[in-house]
Design a protein around this ligand. Structure first.
Ligand SMILES: NC(=[NH2+])NCCC[C@H](N)C(=O)O
Ligand SMILES: [Mn+2]
Ligand SMILES: [Mn+2]
Length: 309
C-alpha cells in the first residue's frame, strides 16, 4: 500500500515571476508540460496527476519597497503553493512544484516541514542552484524575493513570509545542503558563515568531483529521512540551460548533473521536488525545460545505466 501511494506524483503549476526582476519564469509550468513532463514520468510507471496551475495575482512590476519587491503578491502565491503542496502530501503523493520563480519554495518547503514534523520524519533539503538565496530584505542588493527563500525558511526575512510551518524556522541550518553555488552577494556570504550553512560550491565540486561531493552529502540519511530537492535550473551551466533569468557561467555539466540526480535517486528517499526558474522567454527551443524533464526523470530513478549495479 505504502509503495503504491508513494509513487503518485502530483504536479502543481505556479505560473508566476513576482519574486524576480527578470520577467518570464511564469511560463515555466507550461514549458515543462510542452516538454512532456507528464508523459515522461508515466513512462516510468509513476502515477501522475497534473493538478493544473494555481491562480494568483499578476506581476504588478513595481520597484522594491522597504527592501522587497512585490511582497504581497509573493505572500499570496506562496499561500496557494502551501495549500496545494499540503493537500498533495495529505494524500500520500509526491508533490512536484513547477515554478515559477524560486520564492515559491517558501510555501512548498514550509508545507513539507510541517508534514514531516507531523509524521515524525526528519527533513533534508538539497538546494541545487547557482545562488544561495540567503539574502534578507536588510541585505539584498536587488530586493527580489527569489534571492531570499532560504532565509525565510530559516526564520529570517519579512515577517509575513516567516513561520508558515508552525515554527519560526521551517529548517535548521543543518537540514540544508547547497550544491553548485557560484554567485553569492557580499553580505550573503557573511550570513552563510554566521548560520554555518553547508555550501558545496563550484570550487568544491571542481576539486572533489560530483561523486565525492554527493557521497558526503548523502552519507548520513536514514530510512526516516524525507529528502526534498529544490532544483533551480540556473544551477546548470548556462551553456546547457540558457533559459533562466539569472545566468551564471561555470556550473555543473550535463554529466555532472546527471550523476547528482542519479545518486539522489539511489537513496530512494526523495519525497518532494521543486523545479523552478525556467524562463521560456530566454530559452532556445524549450531546451531548458526539456533538460529539466530529463533530470526529473533521473531523480525518479530512470537510470542511464546499461546494467544494474
Ligand atoms: N532564485 C534565484 N535565481 N535567485 C537569484 C538571486 C540573485 C541575487 N543574489 C539576488 O538576491 O538578487
Ligand atoms: Mn534559486
Ligand atoms: Mn539561482
Amino acid at each position: 500500500m505504502a509503495l503504491v501511494t508513494a509513487s503518485t506524483v502530483s504536479l502543481i503549476g505556479a505560473p508566476t515571476d513576482v519574486g524576480a526582476s527578470v520577467r518570464g519564469a511564469g511560463m515555466g509550468p507550461d514549458a515543462l508540460r510542452v516538454a512532456g513532463i507528464v508523459e515522461t514520468l508515466r513512462a516510468h510507471k509513476l502515477d501522475v496527476i497534473d493538478r493544473g496551475n494555481l491562480a494568483g495575482p499578476p506581476n504588478p512590476w513595481h520597484e522594491p519597497a522597504n527592501g522587497v519587491r512585490h511582497l504581497d503578491e509573493v505572500v499570496t502565491w506562496n499561500r496557494a503553493v502551501f495549500d496545494a503542496v499540503s493537500g498533495a502530501l495529505g494524500e500520500g503523493h509526491i508533490p512536484l512544484l513547477m515554478g515559477g520563480d524560486h520564492s515559491l519554495a517558501i510555501g512548498s518547503i514550509s508545507a513539507i516541514a510541517k508534514h514531516c514534523r507531523a509524521m515524525g520524519k526528519s527533513l533534508r533539503v538539497l538546494w541545487l542552484d547557482a545562488h544561495s538565496d540567503v539574502n534578507t530584505e536588510a541585505i539584498s542588493p536587488s530586493g527580489n524575493l527569489h534571492g531570499m527563500p532560504v532565509s525565510c525558511l530559516l526564520g529570517h526575512g519579512p515577517a509575513s513570509l516567516v513561520g508558515w510551518s508552525g515554527q519560526r524556522a521551517a529548517l535548521s541550518p543543518e537540514d540544508i545542503d547547497f550544491i553548485g553555488i557560484r554567485s553569492v552577494d557580499a553580505e550573503e556570504k557573511q550570513a552563510i558563515r554566521l548560520l554555518g550553512l553547508s555550501v558545496y560550491d563550484m570550487r568544491h565540486i571542481d576539486e572533489y568531483g560530483m561523486r565525492h561531493t554527493m557521497t558526503e552529502i548523502l552519507q548520513d540519511l536514514d530510512a526516516d529521512t524525507h529528502l526534498h530537492v529544490s532544483f533551480d535550473l540556473d544551477c546548470l551551466d548556462p551553456l546547457e540551460a540558457p533559459g533562466v533569468g539569472t545566468r551564471v557561467r561555470g556550473g555543473p555539466t550535463y554529466r555532472e548533473m546527471q550523476l547528482c540526480m542519479e545518486m539522489i535517486a539511489d537513496t530512494g528517499l526523495m519525497g518532494s521536488l521543486d523545479v523552478v526558474e525556467i524562463n521560456p522567454a530566454l530559452d532556445v527551443r524549450n531546451r531548458t525545460a526539456e533538460l529539466a524533464v530529463e533530470f526529473v526523470q533521473s531523480l525518479f530513478g530512470a537510470s542511464t545505466l546499461v546494467r544494474e549495479r
